[in-house]
Design a protein around this ligand. Structure first.
Ligand SMILES: Cc1ncc(COP(=O)(O)O)c(C=O)c1O
Length: 369
């Protein structure tokens, strides 16, 4: 079965992990610091802190805003559940907004439709790595949480996606453009906030065994004592994950180039097929990350089953959140509801071969005949 999502690791990741295992320091340590520096440098971020998942980074991001309890935060309905869960866990209310049918991103229009007098922040998601048109949304004047889980190599007017709003997050899970197995990170331009993030991620203590050992080397007595700053859960990343990320960073350009190659093949093959709706390319002021290729088709379920029977796995990653009874939402979001019926992610990832891509194209085209 051909997978729909995926990452690619090789000898470099294996060598880095082996070196960490041989060092006997598998948990949080110097490799994390090194990954944080290199990642910030590669994307052009002011500050960056690694955590153990993108989902936890979202919860951290919402918490960092220090909003009054029960604030309403606007969240796109066409996204991963962690976006809404983070808002609820931080003691707030997600208010779902629609996305545009072409970009699958929120826009000023869809955000404005969800605003109320209790809105205190807006969460946006750069879907598939296509940058959200941030400027008109930022002009609304609310704090912005930027979910750049898909957008590790995306830019909007030369600014790195994730680093444009007040707080941004990344995901490095097993199928993301840059993987660490599981992992995530948080960025902000505010040096005080990033320091707080580093304290929070270790149960609100902000001092790991690794840092305590350095303190002892500097002649400090009773280095084991600490003041707990705030109650928080543990989100520490590991040297193992960071060492995988360091190898992935070295090859991010080539991984991205291959994703773009597949994307471009799909675009040129499907552009003139009347029954397939293709996603838009990046505009001139944007750089895309090509996390997933979503088509819109009339007989979506039948096409998915037909491809499944041909050993090609496809999926709809996001069941619109407002349709999930847990959130008790009464929102009417026609675009998300339409996408729930006609959109489908087809395989795009660096472990595909170009022969497989041709086979996928042929199969999809044959379905329409
Ligand atoms: C848009 C979006 N945000 C957040 C996440 C959560 O990231 P993680 O899997 O690292 O927890 C995902 C994961 O798929 C995602 O797609």
């Amino acid at each position: 079965m051909i997978s729909v999502f995926g990452s690619k690791v090789g000898a470099e990741e294996i060598a880095n992990v082996t070196a960490v295992l041989e060092s006997q320091w598998m948990g949080f340590g110097k490799k994390v610091n090194e990954f944080e520096e290199r990642f910030a440098e590669r994307l052009g971020l002011d500050h960056f802190a690694m955590v153990d998942s993108g989902s936890n980074a979202l919860y951290m991001a919402v918490s960092l805003l220090n909003l009054p309890k029960n604030s309403e935060i606007i969240v796109p309905a066409f996204t991963w559940v962690s976006c809404a869960q983070a808002v609820l866990l931080a003691g707030h209310t997600p208010v779902f907004c629609d996305v545009e049918l072409d970009t699958l991103n929120v826009s000023r229009r869809t955000v404005e439709n969800a605003l109320t007098d209790r809105t205190r922040a807006i969460m946006i998601v750069h879907f598939a790595g296509k940058p959200v048109d941030m400027n008109p949304i930022m002009e609304l004047g609310f704090p912005i949480i930027e979910d750049a889980a898909h957008a590790v190599d995306s830019y909007y007017y030369d600014q790195p996606c994730g680093g444009i709003g007040d707080v941004g997050i990344y995901s490095f899970d097993a199928v993301k453009n840059l993987t660490t197995g599981e992992g995530g990170g948080i960025t902000t331009r505010d040096p005080v906030l990033i320091e707080r993030a580093k304290i929070l991620r270790y149960c609100g203590i902000g001092k790991s065994g690794f840092e305590a050992a350095s303190a002892s080397a500097n002649g400090k007595n009773r280095w084991w004592e600490y003041n707990i700053q705030e109650p928080f859960i543990k989100m520490l990343p590991t040297n193992i994950a960071a060492s995988i990320g360091l190898a992935q960073l070295e090859k991010l350009d080539s991984l991205q180039a291959f994703r773009k190659q597949i994307w471009d093949i799909y675009q040129s093959e499907f552009r003139d097929v009347s029954w397939i709706g293709c996603p838009p390319d990046a505009e001139e002021h944007e750089k895309h990350s090509y996390f997933t290729y979503v088509i819109r088709v009339p007989n979506r379920d039948k096409l998915a089953k037909y491809l499944f029977d041909a050993d090609i796995y496809t999926t709809l990653r996001y069941h619109p959140l407002h349709l999930n009874p847990l959130y008790g939402s009464k929102a009417n979001l026609p675009n998300c509801e339409l996408l729930n019926e006609d959109s489908l992610s087809i395989p795009l990832h660096p472990n595909l071969t170009l022969d497989q891509v041709s086979m996928i194209v042929d199969k999809i085209k044959q379905f329409g005949k």
